[in-house]
Every structure is written in C-alpha cells, then in structure tokens.
Design a protein around this ligand. Structure first.
Ligand code: PRP
Ligand code: MN
Ligand code: MG
Length: 179
C-alpha cells in the first residue's frame, strides 16, 4: 500500500497536533451548547474519532453518509444520501465534521438539507481544504490544512475505497490511477 505513495504531504504528527488545536478551539466555542456533531461518512471517520477525543465539553454525535465521487477522482456533482441521521437537528447547534472540501458541492448540499430541517446553527470543521478546486461558494468555519491541487489519500481519504487507513496524507503515484 505504501508503495503506491509518491510523497507524504502531511505527517501523522502534524495531523495529531492540528486536531488537538482544533479540538481546543471547538471546546471553547461549544461550551454549554451541547452541539450535535455530525460525521460525514465515510471520509471523515478518522478525523471525527480523533477530534471528539480533543473536545472537552458535552456533545452528542451522529453520522451521515453521502457520496459524490464514486470510484472516480472527479466529483460527479450529484450528492447522494446513503445513510441519514438518526437524530433530529431541529433547534440544534450542528457541527459538521468533514475530511476535505474540494468542489464544495457535498457540503453545500448537506448544509442546505440541515437548515431546511431546522438546525439552529451549522458550523463546518474540515481537516483539509483544496480551494483551487472550488466551484460552489462555500467556506469552512475551521480548516486544518490547505492542500495543493493534487489527488491525495490517507487519514480517511480514499481512491476507489482504498488507502483510507494510511495514518498520513500522501500523494498517489500517477500510475496507480487513471483519470
Ligand atoms: C469526498 C470527501 C468529501 C467530498 C469533498 O467524499 O470525503 O466528503 O468528497 O468533495 P466536494 O467538496 O467536491 O464535494 P466522497 O464523495 O468521495 O465519499 P467518501 O467520503 O465516502 O469517500
Ligand atoms: Mn466524504
Ligand atoms: Mg471518496
């Protein structure tokens, strides 16, 4: 698996430090507010698990699975809800946890759904951002790292469902995928 990686862009330690920093900020922001923290599956599962351990105030969790990429490196532009929340967001402060924002289509869609369902506030924390690829008018409230326009994998991010379990962010060798 590691043989398919051309370069490590962000190390495990750099990610750890950043996640701790974000957790400390969010602990202050959400003190006394009991937010509903929503993990956008599948990509955000590792970030979610690491981040909530750094949040020191009471929260509730839920999970939603959406997909727009399928087995391609390019967004299809069509967002599908594969698994919906179990919890009502009505009147809740919602914190959306995402691994990466690329075109911004996934989150634009998700935020719209959550607002229409009556969420009191929707805040986005993303570990990675690729602003160069943005087509939707969307910005995260909290961002860990800004990435160059390269196809990256690891720490939850996949290519054709693989490489999510790498503990760092790496660039895939071009010969591994076909675009
Ligand atoms: C990836 C990533 C984000 C989204 C970002 O998810 O995890 O959720 O794409 O892209 P966008 O800003 O262009 O919408 P994907 O659809 O690949 O599903 P996955 O999380 O299950 O891998
Ligand atoms: Mn995703
Ligand atoms: Mg994906």
């Amino acid at each position: 698996m590691q043989n398919d990686i051309q370069e490590v862009l962000i190390t495990r330690k750099e990610i750890e430090d950043k996640v701790a920093e974000l957790g400390a900020i969010l602990s202050k922001e959400y003190e006394g507010r009991n937010p509903l923290v929503i993990c956008v599956l599948k990509g955000a599962f590792i970030f979610m698990a690491d981040l909530v351990k750094e949040i020191t105030v009471p929260i509730e969790l839920d999970f939603m699975a959406v997909s727009s990429y399928g087995a391609s490196t390019k967004s299809s532009g069509v967002v599908k809800i594969i698994k919906d929340l179990d919890t009502s967001v009505e009147g809740r402060d919602v914190l959306i946890v995402e691994d990466i924002i690329d075109s911004g289509l996934t989150l634009t869609y998700l935020i719209d759904v959550l607002r229409r369902r009556g969420a009191k506030s929707t805040v986005v924390v993303t570990l990675f951002d690729k602003p160069a690829r943005r087509t939707a008018d969307l910005q995260a409230d909290y961002t860990g790292f800004v990435l160059p326009d390269e196809f990256v994998v690891g720490y939850g991010l996949d290519y054709a469902e693989k490489y999510r379990n790498l503990p760092f962010i790496g660039v895939l060798k071009p010969e591994v995928y076909t675009t």
